[in-house]
Design a binder for this molecule. Structure first.
Ligand code: ATP
Ligand code: MG
Length: 762
């Protein structure tokens, strides 16, 4: 049987790896260069080496990884590390390799040759690997389970470590359904210790993690949540003349130190990056809307100090280990204290003085409330009722609102939110409220005077908003939903067929509506094609790498639609149909750059998104109107108009076109039509029947006419066709008697409502 990695200086590990604290310390020194263990590291290491299960709660940056890395060095066999993010695994594996420790990760981003090498090593009976990082999805596959069983039968599975274990709890702020799949590990390997690690778990989540993983009589280790080296501060956007200058001055006055700025939405990341760059700060955006290559480059540049500031959504999150991050800013309000603690905890992992600055805006608070209310009502989670979750979500949110709107010690608020008791003398003027109490109080007084300020109250303002929350391009959705764009980061399977069936069956949202199902099918198709090592076939040929695929076009349209939704919220007086307008804007980009290739196309889309996030109502209306006119002049008389007319009604056209598009995309439902009608003050019977889908019209007006259509229709095309057929037949069926409720999509704007029907102008 293979011995543990020979330790420098001749000592070697035993099967159980039991070592004295001194010996363990010398391993720490030898491989990592640290002279002593931190916090409760040693206790955790000793617990798992003695074969006990262990639940380890240590603060962000506290050194949890060491709790399984040291056992891997002194114990026989392989330590399996389950981790939620590929970026996080890559990060840790490359750092371990640089220290001469044999570690690998298995994920879809690995080359087949690499994967084969890892599997050969595991099958060899004498694996050289000490640590193997995998995603929860992979652990759940039958192929990998069999591999683990073989390893275990040969006595070569040393420990199972579950990093970011709070992800298994529906009560945790980062619940990941895929983590549920690993709950059978305890049963599968009853004699192998399991180590669950997290930085953010309130007592309820702690209990949930322990019971979900069926940990047996675990050693429970909890360190304080306090991060004494971080100075906490809140700045009030509504009281600042220019938030961009403020943030840029903050970064400059701190000496251009390594920083992270978190934003809620992708467009905000792009926009802020642009502003900071204009103000002379080296910065880059990081979010799930960027492809993995770009993201890797941004991460590499930031890790190697070529970029000073990363402006990111929460996609840039858990476990990013750069030790000397000096400032973490929140440009928008996080959704809970746990999220805030995780994200601000990226600062000062080297224990050196660092700062957390939260920019609090009343508008941000309203938007987040709106998102949370909608998210709670959309979510389906096991073992908890949606009302309970909704209450919890709002209670979590009110904690972070209270953190901002209160003049008492910020540090105390953070720590107490995790159920830990705090000594009154703990802070020692290491937050703005303790250091400058008068200033903070006066800011709060000023904030109270801001019109419509609803201090300390969760506002119902957006509860009945007509803006669809899915139009927010926040990673917040993605993190909570495994069927999302972040599949790229988290999904995994060794087995191509299994991957396909997982997506098409288990991941196919049953109640997510037509569009959600369509997306899942499309992803399955892409996954299948990728697994086959090719891009989507068109006319039997492989697609030119530069060409702009239909999938990319659809994604771009969605992105634009999201940006239009945000502009609507920001400006309040915009009258346009988002989907139709997004189609027009996308078509404009496509027409310009279809011959040049997708790089230019992508940057034109990004520029348009940025433009939408900073333009005035007039500018946006002007451009959309011009676009509509262009298409009309070009002979596309039936093309969907962008602008919905106001009550004065200029050149008006009946509402059919817009409604029809939405009908083509959504599963018609009488209930839905009634809801829409009541929201919009309309009678369902007064809505007109559908005619043409935008997709169809766009093709006809030449927008997509120049593209070769694939011989075999994609899922999207196939399903769109079905949708159109359905819409056409329902249109025929419903062109008769009034009084029969009709269906409509959420495209109709409130503006222009006359009380009886909606009209649009071309
Ligand atoms: N005993 C130690 N002495 C000094 N530095 C340490 C020690 N243990 C770990 N570190 C360093 O602390 C940093 C943070 O460690 P690690 O990434 O394991 O934190 P973490 O607890 O997993 O944090 P997070 O919850 O944010 O993922 C790393 O750079 C690590 O090398
Ligand atoms: Mg960690």
């Amino acid at each position: 049987m293979k011995k543990a990695l020979p330790l420098k200086g001749g000592s070697a590990g035993s099967k159980h790896g039991m070592k004295s604290p001194k010996e363990l310390e010398s391993v720490l020194k030898q491989y990592f260069g640290y002279s002593e263990f931190r916090g409760r590291q040693l206790e955790a290491i000793e617990a798992v080496l003695s074969g006990r299960d262990c639940f380890c709660l240590m603060p962000t940056g506290g050194g949890k990884s060491m709790c399984y890395q040291i056992p891997a060095l002194v114990k026989t066999g392989v330590v399996l590390v389950i981790s939620p993010l590929i970026a996080l695994m890559e990060n840790q594996v490359s750092s371990l390799k640089s220290k001469g420790i044999p570690a690998e990760f298995l994920s879809s981003t690995q080359t087949t040759a690499n994967k084969n090498k890892i599997h050969e090593d595991l099958d060899s009976g004498n694996p050289s690997l000490k640590l193997l990082y995998v995603t929860p999805e992979l652990v759940a596959t039958s192929g990998f389970k069999a591999k683990l069983t073989k390893l275990h039968n040969r006595g070569l599975l040393g420990l199972v470590a579950i990093d970011e274990a709070h992800c298994i709890s529906t009560w945790g702020h980062d619940f990941r359904p895929s983590y549920r799949k690993i709950s059978s590990l305890r049963k599968q390997f009853p004699d192998i210790p399991i180590l669950a690690l997290t930085a953010t778990a309130v007592p309820k989540v702690q209990k949930d993690v322990i019971s979900s993983l069926s940990l047996q009589n675990p050693v429970i280790l909890k360190a304080s949540f306090n991060r004494p080296n971080i100075f906490y501060e809140v700045r009030y956007k509504d009281l600042l003349d220019d938030v961009y200058s403020d943030i840029s001055n903050l970064l400059k006055s701190s000496g251009n130190v390594c920083s992270i700025i978190y934003c809620l939405e992708r467009a905000a990341c792009d926009d802020l990056t642009m502003h900071l760059s204009q103000l002379g700060i080296s910065s880059a955006a990081y979010h799930a809307g960027l492809n993995s290559k770009v993201r890797t480059t941004v991460l590499d540049d930031w890790l190697s100090s070529r970029t000073q500031v990363v402006v990111a959504t929460v996609a840039f999150g858990m476990g990013i280990d750069r030790q000397d991050v000096r400032i973490v800013c929140h440009f928008n309000l996080p959704k809970s204290m746990e999220s805030f603690y995780q994200e601000s905890g990226r600062a000062g992992r080297d224990q050196q003085p660092s700062r957390s600055v939260l920019y609090y805006g009343l508008e941000d608070r309203r938007r987040m409330e709106f998102i949370l209310r909608n998210s709670s009502s959309r979510k389906q989670q096991p073992s908890s009722s949606s009302t309970e979750l909704s209450e919890k979500t709002l209670a979590d949110f009110s904690q972070i609102v209270d953190y901002c709107e209160s003049s008492s010690c910020r540090r105390k608020k953070i720590i107490e939110s995790f159920g830990e008791k705090v000594q009154p003398t703990l802070c020692q003027r290491t937050c703005d409220a303790c250091k400058h109490p008068n200033q903070v109080s006066s800011h709060l007084e000023d904030l109270r005077r801001v019109p419509n300020c609803r201090f300390n109250k969760i506002s119902p303002v957006f509860q009945t908003s007509s803006v669809d929350p899915k139009h927010f391009n926040t990673e917040f959705w993605n993190r909570e939903d495994d069927v999302s764009i972040s599949d790229e980061d988290i999904s995994d399977s060794d087995d191509e067929e299994e991957a396909l069936s997982n997506i098409t069956i288990s991941k196919l949202p049953s109640k997510g509506g037509f569009e959600a199902r369509l997306e899942a099918l499309e992803r399955a198709e892409n996954a299948y094609n990728q697994a086959k090592g090719q891009t989507k076939p068109q006319g039997g040929n492989l697609v030119d790498k530069k060409s702009i695929s239909q999938t990319l076009r659809d994604a771009s349209r969605k992105r634009l639609s999201g940006a239009l939704g945000q502009a609507k919220l920001r400006l309040g007086d915009l009258r346009f149909a988002e989907e139709a307008s997004a189609t027009h804007l996308e078509t404009e980009c496509f027409k310009k750059y279809q011959k040049v290739g997708k790089t230019f196309y992508n940057s034109q889309i990004a520029a348009t998104v940025r433009w939408l996030s900073s333009s005035t109502s007039d500018q946006i209306h002007g451009r959309l109107e011009a676009l509509t006119n262009q298409t009309t002049e070009a002979g596309a008389a039936t093309s969907s108009p962008c602008i919905i007319s106001d009550a004065l009604g200029k050149a008006e056209k009946p509402a059919e076109a817009t409604v029809s598009y939405e009908l083509a995309k959504t599963e018609p439902s009488d209930e839905f039509a009634k809801t829409m009608a009541s929201t919009e003050n309309m009678e369902p019977s007064k809505m007109s029947p559908p005619e043409k889908s935008v997709g169809e019209e766009a093709r006809r007006d030449g927008a997509i006419g120049t593209m070769d259509l694939p011989k075999i229709p994609s899922f999207r095309e196939f399903m769109s066709q079905k949708g159109r057929d359905r819409a056409t037949s329902s249109s025929r069926a419903e062109s008769q008697p009034r009084g029969i409720p009709r269906k409509a999509g959420p495209v109709i704007s409130k503006e222009g409502t006359t009380g009886t029907s909606k009209k649009m102008k071309l």
